[in-house]
Ligand binder design. Structure first.
Ligand SMILES: [Zn+2]
Length: 87
């Protein structure tokens, strides 16, 4: 990460390790996908990354077919820390 100007925007990103997930979880994320570009499900994705932004866990990867970045918000009830849900 580069050290850009601190804009004090509310977009704090915390890196997480996608590969800490169980193999089943990883498999699901990598295969059960939706690609906006292809307009198709389950094309699969590659180069997964995981991070937390504003308390929302996001898994990011690239569509295995077209390479478009796809983001998946993870509803993870076991997340530490509280966060408001759409209020
Ligand atoms: Zn695609």
């Amino acid at each position: 990460m580069t050290d850009t100007n601190n804009d004090a925007l509310n977009d704090e990103i915390v890196e997480r390790n996608f590969f800490d997930r169980t193999p089943e979880d990883q498999e699901a994320f990598l295969t059960q996908t939706w690609c906006n570009n292809c307009q198709a499900v389950d094309l699969g994705m590659v180069e997964p990354k995981e991070y937390e932004q504003n308390g929302v866990i996001i898994v990011e990867g690239k569509c295995a077919k077209c390479g478009e970045v796809s983001l998946t918000e993870v509803a993870d009830e076991s997340t530490d820390g509280e966060w408001e849900d759409e209020r």
